[in-house]
Design a protein around this ligand. Structure first.
Ligand SMILES: Cc1cc2nc3c(=O)[nH]c(=O)nc-3n(C[C@H](O)[C@H](O)[C@H](O)COP(=O)(O)OP(=O)(O)OC[C@H]3O[C@@H](n4cnc5c(N)ncnc54)[C@H](O)[C@@H]3O)c2cc1C
Length: 388
C-alpha cells in the first residue's frame, strides 16, 4: 500500500487505528485506505455485531426530517447523495451486490389526527425545498394496494431508499480484505498511550501494544462511557434503545414495494422477502433486552398500517443502542487529545451518514477542514460542557 499522506506514521505501527467495526468504523477504514494510509481496525466483539446489525437501513433524509434540525438535514442530504458512489466503490472491490435501493417511502396517515401531523410534516418538506408529494387515499392504495383501507392520506417521497446494513458490513469487510486492510476482532482497545500530549500507541484488552499516532474512536453508543478515552475528550453520547421485528414473506409476492411509515411504525422491505418493522425509541441506558411490550407495539402498529403482515412468518426481534447526542448531530472530528479523532453519536442515522462521516474523517486526518455541514458535528461544540 502506498502511503501518500502519512499523519506522523510510526515506524513499526499503523498510520491510523480505527476502534470499532460497525458501519462507521469500517466506512472510515475504507476511506482512509483509499487515501493511502495504512489502517488497522480493532473490534472488541465481531465486526458489525453492534447497533449496525439491528438497524433497518433506511436512507431517508426526507421522510425522517423533523422540525428544527436544518443542519442534520443538510448532513443527511449530502450523505444520501454520496451513497450511489460509496456503494459502487465497495461493490467494485468486493465483487458483490450490496442491494442498495431507492425504492421511495410512503408516509401514511391512518386517521384524521395523523393526517394533520402528516400535512405539517409535508409542509416542512416542501418549504425545505425537498421533493415530496401529497396523495389521497385512492392514489396511495394504487401504488401500495395492501395498505389499510381507512387511511386518510399519504406523502410519497420518491428519493428515499434503503440498504441492508448486514450486507453493507459484509461488503465492506470483503472490500477491506481485498485491499489488504486488517480487521482484528475479539479484543478491544483498553488504553490510549500518549507522549507529550500526543497519541503514540494503543493497548488491547490482552495487553498487546500497537504503535500509532492516530486513533479514530468509532465505538458507537460506548463512546460516552469508554474510560480509555480521556475524560476531557469523551463525547456526551448516550445509548437510546431501539427494538425491531423481522418478518418473512414470499419474495416473489412482496407485501409492499416502498418503505411504508405511519406515525408509530415503519416497514422496510428487503429483496429476499423479509420485512423489517421498526422501531421503538427508549431511554433505558445500556439495556438491550427485547421486550414483549416492544414487540407487541411494533406488530400492532404494523398490522394497522399493512394488514397483510399477519400472514408473514415471524423471524424474530432484536434490540440495539443508538448512539444519541444532546443535539441529535453526530460527533465527528478531532478531539482535544492530539491524534485522537471521534466518530460517534450518529443516533438514528448512522447507516445514512456513513459516507459523509468517512469523508470528513479522511479530510480531518489529512489536516484539511471537513467539507460542508458536517463541520457542525465537531466535538469542540461540547468541550466547554465536558470540561465543566
Ligand atoms: C432499531 C434501530 C433502527 C435503526 N435504523 C436506522 C436506519 O434505518 N437508518 C440509519 O441510518 N440508522 C439507523 N439506526 C442507527 C444506526 O444503527 C446507528 O447510528 C449506527 O449503527 C451506528 O454505527 P456505529 O458504527 O457508530 O456503531 P456500532 O454498530 O455499535 O459499532 C460500534 C462498534 O464498536 C465496538 N467497540 C466498542 N468499544 C470498543 C473498544 N474499546 N475497542 C474496539 N471496539 C469497540 C462495538 O463492539 C461495536 O461493534 C437504527 C438504530 C436502531 C437501534
Amino acid at each position: 500500500m502506498n502511503t501518500q499522506h502519512s499523519p506522523n506514521s510510526s515506524d513499526t505501527g499503523f498510520d491510523v487505528v480505527v476502534a470499532g467495526a460497525g458501519v462507521i468504523g469500517l466506512s472510515i477504514a475504507w476511506e482512509l485506505n483509499s487515501l493511502g494510509y495504512s489502517v488497522l481496525v480493532i473490534e472488541r466483539d465481531l465486526p458489525g455485531a453492534g447497533t449496525t446489525r439491528v438497524a433497518a437501513g433506511m436512507l431517508a433524509p426526507v421522510g425522517e426530517l423533523d422540525f428544527g434540525e436544518p443542519t442534520l438535514l443538510e448532513i443527511n442530504m449530502v450523505s444520501a447523495g454520496m451513497y450511489p458512489e460509496f456503494v459502487a466503490s465497495i461493490e467494485r472491490a468486493c465483487n458483490g451486490v450490496l442491494g442498495y435501493q431507492r425504492m421511495g417511502g410512503l408516509h401514511v396517515a391512518l386517521d384524521r389526527d395523523e393526517a394533520g401531523a402528516l400535512k405539517r410534516a409535508h409542509q416542512l418538506q416542501t418549504e425545505s425545498g425537498l421533493r415530496a408529494d401529497w396523495l389521497g387515499p385512492m392514489a396511495a392504495r394504487e401504488i401500495e394496494p395492501g395498505l389499510a383501507p381507512g387511511l386518510s392520506g399519504a406523502v410519497l417521497v420518491e428519493d428515499d431508499g434503503a440498504i441492508d446494513p448486514r450486507v453493507l458490513v459484509s461488503g465492506l469487510l470483503e472490500a477491506l480484505l481485498a485491499e489488504g486492510v486488517e480487521v482484528r476482532s475479539g479484543s478491544g482497545i483498553c488504553s490510549l498511550k500518549q507522549k507529550r500530549g500526543r497519541v503514540e500507541a494503543i493497548e488491547l484488552d490482552g495487553g498487546e501494544r500497537i504503535e500509532t499516532n492516530s486513533v479514530v474512536a468509532a465505538i458507537g453508543a460506548d463512546a460516552g462511557r469508554a474510560d480509555w478515552i480521556p475524560a476531557e475528550a469523551r463525547p456526551p453520547v448516550r445509548p437510546v434503545k431501539g427494538q425491531i421485528v423481522e418478518l418473512k414473506g414470499d419474495p416473489a409476492v412482496p407485501v409492499c414495494e416502498h418503505i411504508l411509515a405511519s406515525e408509530r411504525v415503519y416497514l422496510v422491505p428487503r429483496r429476499d422477502g423479509r420485512l423489517i418493522v421498526g422501531a421503538t425509541v427508549e431511554e433505558q441506558g445500556f439495556d438491550s433486552t427485547v421486550t414483549a411490550g416492544g414487540v407487541h407495539e411494533l406488530l400492532r402498529e404494523a398490522y394497522r398500517l399493512l394488514p397483510d403482515v399477519a400472514e408473514m412468518e415471524f423471524l424474530g426481534a432484536v434490540a440495539g443502542l443508538r448512539p444519541g447526542t444532546p443535539d441529535n448531530l453526530p460527533v465527528v472530528g478531532a478531539s482535544v487529545v492530539d491524534g485522537l479523532y471521534l466518530a460517534s453519536g450518529h443516533y438514528r442515522n448512522g447507516i445514512l451518514q456513513a459516507p459523509v462521516t468517512a469523508r470528513a474523517i479522511g479530510d480531518i486526518v489529512g489536516g484539511a477542514e471537513p467539507r460542508g455541514a458536517i463541520a457542525a458535528a465537531s466535538p469542540s461544540r461540547f468541550e466547554s460542557a465536558v470540561r465543566g
